[in-house]
Design a binder for this molecule. Structure first.
Ligand SMILES: C[S@@+](CC[C@H](N)C(=O)[O-])C[C@H]1O[C@@H](n2cnc3c(N)ncnc32)[C@H](O)[C@@H]1O
Length: 338
């Protein structure tokens, strides 16, 4: 079963009222309305880990066109993380314009606050740009929320001028879930983390509060709102909401084989001729969760795995460039690639 078949089967019992691709987009909008309130506080990994990565990716973009004054699109900008990073790395003076797009007004409001004092020429939009062209497209932790990666890649090609680049940060890496050694280590670390959590009174308190409905998760709040707003006939299960919102995140080898997870090769095919992968890095060999300072024995095991399978970390980031002569040279429709 492919990833669309898998997701369709998951939501069918709850009477979905929209076709799957529209449901993914609409549910993401509802989910991120709630997530916006806690996003920055609950994503340590983004703020601890990714600035150094964005420093490297920004340097790659600068090397592509050192003298450029950049016209930039930040797609799925959220609270403004990657916009802040690119302003830091390139400097406001070398940015001609920055458009921040997010379909969630709540996310966009926080992005506006974060960038208020940036001194850059920034615009904010709940609708994606149609006709405009850019030198640089930024995404971070975004494409796994989309119903079709291939359709998005076509869109990226229409936005990018020849010689422009797409910096795609922090996506779930399909290769990790297809590597039995990586899967085994991540499972072992997950069990270890569960045992550690079981020893924490705060965790038990949280569990009781959740069971009593005193502390609903973002997915549970989104499930209720989704019924109120006519997306489903019945309240969807938490896991169905999570799988739809994180539409491209694999949780097992089976899901990766069904097409969940980002594959650089598939993205390259979908971007088409004239687009070139100029830089990529895979990281997080402990699996999808973040532990900044693991014990030495664990760190040594993780380092050995990273040395053996450097392309199979749980996350991947990449910089793509469109050849100067190739703007508007669009790839053929590749819907089967999703
Ligand atoms: C995990 S957050 C990442 C936010 C930000 N890029 C960051 O890294 O901090 C995902 C963001 O993607 C946005 N998003 C979800 N579906 C989208 C879509 N179809 N088009 C554009 N943005 C979308 C959400 O509203 C949310 O702000």
């Amino acid at each position: 079963m492919d990833s669309h078949g898998y997701a369709q089967a998951l939501v069918e019992p709850f009477g979905p009222r929209l076709p799957l691709p529209e449901l993914v987009v609409a549910l993401n909008r509802i989910y991120h309305r709630f997530e916006a309130q806690t996003y920055d506080a609950s994503h340590d990994e983004i703020f601890a880990q990714l600035p150094a990565l964005w420093e490297r990716m920004g340097a790659v973009a600068r090397a592509i066109a050192p003298a450029r004054r950049w016209r930039i699109l930040d797609f799925g900008c959220g609270t403004g993380f990657e916009a802040g990073q690119i302003l830091r790395v390139l400097g406001a003076g070398s940015i001609a314009s920055l458009m921040c797009h997010d379909p969630s007004p709540e996310m966009l409001a926080r992005c506006r606050e974060r960038l208020a004092a940036s001194g850059a020429n920034v615009a904010f939009s709940e609708t994606p740009p149609q006709e405009e062209q850019f030198d640089l497209v930024l995404t971070n932790s975004l494409i796994h929320h989309l119903p079709s990666v291939a359709a998005f890649c076509r869109q990226v090609r229409t936005w990018l001028r020849g010689g422009g680049a797409w910096i795609a940060g922090h996506e779930p890496n399909r290769a990790c879930y297809l590597n039995p050694e990586c899967v085994a280590l991540a499972r072992w670390l997950q069990r270890r983390q569960r045992l550690r959590k079981a020893a924490s009174p705060a965790m038990w308190l949280e569990l009781v509060q959740r069971r009593l409905g005193l502390r609903p998760t973002v997915a549970e709040r989104a499930a209720e709102a989704a019924v109120r707003e006519g997306l489903f006939e019945r309240r969807p299960a938490r896991v169905a909401v999570e799988r739809l919102v994180d539409f491209g995140v694999p949780h097992s080898e089976q899901e990766a084989l069904a097409g969940r997870g980002i594959s650089l090769e598939a993205v390259g095919d979908a971007l088409g001729a004239g687009a070139e992968l100029v830089w990529s890095e895979s990281y997080n060999f402990m699996g999808a969760f973040f532990e900044p300072d693991p014990p030495r024995a664990v760190a040594a095991r993780v380092d050995r795995l990273a040395a053996k399978h450097p392309e199979c970390g749980a996350h991947v980031a990449a910089v793509w460039r469109v050849a100067p002569s190739a703007a508007g040279d669009l790839p053929p429709r590749a819907e089967s690639l999703r």
